[in-house]
Every structure is written in structure tokens, then in C-alpha cells.
Write a protein that binds this ligand. Structure first.
Ligand code: FAS
Ligand code: PHB
Length: 389
């Protein structure tokens, strides 16, 4: 088989890239190791930057998001039984859209079907060959048979545990990482959200987040110890702990219900450089991971795809390789700023096991400063709604 761009990974990054290229007449094949149903069952991100919203419309996958997505003009920060609001629209003129990654991925799949996009599911043993030559290829096993795709370029959109990043020689690849000493316990419930906008809560017992998917579907998170076990958390135990960590007036209006999904995710900051090696490009979680505190993971995958789709379009349509040559530096510049913001939000809002009384005073002083300063709130707001592409 032959294609112009072989895409490894059928998550948000791979699907969005395939869609944007297809609409420019650039041929792709997507290789996904899981089934479509498995990919569509994942519950992950919930907040979209305006840039991500625009890209979904450009990919022909924005109509349902436009109908069902919830535009949020701000968010709440809660500390010491009170909360204050950061007004994104007033401070930056922009907003975010709350729309689950699960729905976004579903919309991308449907748009992909409409363009007769080629995606191979449940492929195994994907390997990238000769990425540092003018004739790369990708081999894989499907239904027990080894196949090979010859291509011009390979996009590694296969997430943190994929194969693409490790195709780059160890002598070239540089990795930067911070693993946090806690995780997030997430719960999804078919209950009305406790607040009209998200609430990020800093509390002596640990961080909590009140989020949502739609007016009848709520998403909550609790900071838990790194080695905590899901079995320890009954629904009642979750709701009791959440009530402790959010302001009393909010806790009193909390409507609880049976969990639809409950899971614990570890938190890490991670960046791999470079994001290009020869004709292999890394996109999304294959190149970087952020703690979800800043709602940046999915949105960074989108900006990588924006840069790469534009670079490939310039190559094929304008015969101009400037975008390809500058892809890694351009993408990494935005990645590192989002890594900083996500790390800063995580450091500000979580209780760290080893933190001293002085560290705690620093956190509380920073939260008080944030509450009182338009400049501080503007800084948080412009990072949260998404820095320019
Ligand atoms: P993905 O990991 O989504 O997709 C990669 C795809 O590649 C997968 O479908 C995988 O099956 C496939 N793949 C992997 N190896 C392969 C191989 N060898 N061959 C073929 N296919 C292969 N972000 C937020 O902003 N907010 C959140 O609350 C949030 N929660 C998260 C919770 C969890 C448990 C995880 C893991 C991530 C979370 N994220 C969150 C981040 C998440 O949303 C990612 O940023 C987003 O999925 C990135 O999309 P992709 O880069 O496409 O990677
Ligand atoms: C979510 O709704 O899943 C969500 C929202 C904001 C975050 C993290 C997760 O910062």
C-alpha cells in the first residue's frame, strides 16, 4: 500500500490531522491498535480552547459541538470555604467550550466516515522504518498478516505509550519529566452539575475539581495519594470527601448519584524533544503530557495538529518546506508555555506530601494575590483560554 502521510494513532490528534489533510486533498491512512468502540469509550478531557473549537469546525466536525457544547465565560477558584471567579471574557475577550473528548472523538470519526477516510483498527506490531530517509514506511500486523505502507511522511499520534517517540534514536531524543506525588480520582455521574462553571478547589485535605459534560452529566475529581486504590472509594466515600473540599454553600447544593465511571489517573509533566526526526513528526501525547489541572492535554494535541497540517499543506500545495523545517521548534514553543501553566496550576492548588509550613503560606499568599489582582487573574485567564497559535 502507498499513501502520502501514514498516521499512527486514531485518537483526537490522529483523527483531527487526517481530517484536516483530507480536506486539502492529501491522502492519509490511520493505523489504530484498538477497536473503534474502545477508542470511543475513553473518558478524558472536557475543556476546549477556542483554537481547538475552530479546528474542529475546519475539520467538518464542529456541528454537534456547536449545538451541545457549553460556552463558559469564566471559572471559579475555591479556597478556605469561599470562592472567587476569574472572568475570561472580561479579562481576555475569549471563552472556553465544555465538550467531552469522548464526544469530540465520536464527531471526528463520523466526519472521517463521510470523507471515506482510511483507518485500520486493531492493528498490531506497528513499526516505523527509514524515517530518516526520503522513503519511510510503516509495517504492521492485521488479521495475522504483516503489511507495509510506503509513504512520504509519518505522523506519530500514538500517545504516551505509543511506538513513534521511541523510533527517534536515543542519541537524538531528549526527555524532560516530572512525576507528581499524587493522582486524580475521577467520577462521572448522571447528575446536574453543582455549578454553572467549573470550580477548582484548594483545600487542606487536597485538591478537588467540579466539572461537567452537559446539564445532566457531571464530572468530579479528587486529589488522591499516588498509590491509592479505586476499591477504597465507594460512591458514598467519594461524595463525602468532595463535600469536605468544596465551599459549604456549594456542598449543600450538591446532587449526588451512582457513578457511571470511576478511575484514578497519575499526573506527570513530560516533554520529548525534538518533535520531528527526518520524515517522522510527533503530535499530541506522543510528544508531551501535562497534569490535567490546566485542561491543556487535548488542546496541545490540537495546536500540534494545526502546525503540522499547515506544514504538510505548504509542502504539497505550495512546494514550500519552511513549515516542515520549523515544525518542532514552533510546536515546542507553545508546548513549553502550556507545560509551565499546567505545572503552576498544579503546584498552586494541590497539597504536596513533603510541603513545609512555609510552602503552604506561599500557596495561600498566591491564592490571596490571585483573588485580589486583576493582573494575576488576567495572566491565569489568558493561559487557560489558550495562548495564541
Ligand atoms: P491519545 O492517547 O488520546 O490517542 C493515541 C491513540 O494511539 C490511542 O487511540 C491509542 O490506542 C493509539 N496507539 C497507541 N499506541 C499505538 C500503536 N503502537 N499502534 C497504533 N495505535 C496506537 N486532558 C485534559 O485536557 N483534561 C483531562 O481531564 C484529561 N484527562 C485524561 C485522563 C487520562 C486517563 C488520560 C490518559 C489522558 C487525559 N487527558 C486529559 C489528556 C488527553 O486528553 C490527551 O491529551 C489526549 O487524549 C491526546 O490525544 P492524542 O495525542 O490523540 O493521544
Ligand atoms: C474535565 O472536565 O474532565 C476536566 C476539566 C478541566 C480540567 C481537567 C479535567 O482542568
Amino acid at each position: 500500500m502507498r499513501t502520502q502521510v501514514a498516521i499512527i494513532g486514531g485518537g483526537p490528534a490522529g483523527l483531527l490531522l487526517s481530517q484536516l489533510l483530507a480536506r486539502q486533498g492529501i491522502d492519509t491512512i490511520v493505523l489504530e491498535r484498538k477497536s473503534r468502540d474502545y477508542v470511543l469509550a475513553r473518558i478524558r478531557a472536557g475543556v476546549l480552547e477556542a483554537g481547538t473549537v475552530d479546528l474542529l469546525h475546519a475539520a467538518g466536525a464542529g456541528e454537534r459541538m456547536k449545538r451541545e457544547g457549553m460556552v463558559h465565560n469564566g471559572t471559579y477558584i475555591a479556597v478556605a470555604n469561599r470562592r472567587f471567579r476569574i472572568d475570561f471574557r472580561q479579562l481576555t475577550g475569549s471563552t472556553v467550550t465544555v465538550y467531552g473528548q469522548t464526544e469530540l472523538t465520536r464527531d471526528l470519526y463520523l466526519a472521517h466516515d463521510q470523507l471515506d477516510g482510511q483507518i485500520l483498527h486493531e492493528v498490531e506490531g506497528v513499526r516505523i522504518h527509514d524515517a530518516d530517509t526520503a522513503a519511510p514506511s510503516v509495517s504492521y500486523v492485521c488479521a495475522g498478516r504483516e503489511q507495509r505502507i510506503y509513504c512520504d511522511y509519518v505522523a506519530g499520534c500514538d500517545g504516551y505509550h505509543g511506538v513513534s517517540r521511541n523510533t527517534i534514536p536515543a542519541s537524538v531524543l531528549r526527555e524532560f519529566e516530572r512525576v507528581y506525588p499524587f493522582g486524580w480520582l475521577g467520577l462521572l455521574s448522571a447528575t446536574p452539575p453543582v455549578s454553572d462553571e467549573l470550580i477548582y478547589a484548594s483545600h487542606a485535605r487536597g485538591f478537588a475539581l467540579c466539572s461537567m459534560r452537559n446539564p445532566g452529566l457531571s464530572r468530579y475529581y479528587l486529589q488522591v495519594p499516588l498509590l491509592d486504590e479505586l476499591e477504597r472509594w465507594s460512591d458514598d466515600a467519594f461524595w463525602d470527601e468532595l463535600r469536605h473540599r468544596i465551599p459549604q454553600d456549594v456542598a449543600e447544593s450538591l446532587i449526588t448519584g451512582k457513578s457511571i465511571e470511576k478511575s484514578i489517573v497519575p499526573l506527570r509533566s513530560f516533554v520529548a524533544e525534538p518533535m520531528r526526526w527526518g520524515r517522522l513528526f510527533l503530535c499530541g501525547d506522543a510528544a508531551h503530557i501535562v497534569p490535567p489541572t490546566g485542561a491543556k492535554g487535548l488542546n496541545l494535541a490540537a495546536s500540534d495538529v494545526y502546525y503540522l497540517s499547515r506544514a504538510l499543506q505548504q509542502h504539497y500545495v505550495d512546494r514550500d518546506d519552511h513549515g516542515i523545517e520549523s515544525y518542532s521548534a514552533t510546536a515546542l514553543s507553545r508546548v513549553w508555555k502550556a507545560e509551565r501553566f499546567s505545572w503552576a496550576m498544579t503546584r498552586l492548588l494541590h497539597r504536596f506530601p513533603e510541603q513545609t509550613e512555609f510552602d503552604l503560606r506561599m500557596q495561600l499568599a498566591e491564592l490571596e494575590y490571585l483573588e485580589s489582582s486583576t493582573a494575576a487573574q488576567t495572566t491565569l485567564a489568558e493561559n487557560y483560554i489558550g495562548l495564541p497559535y
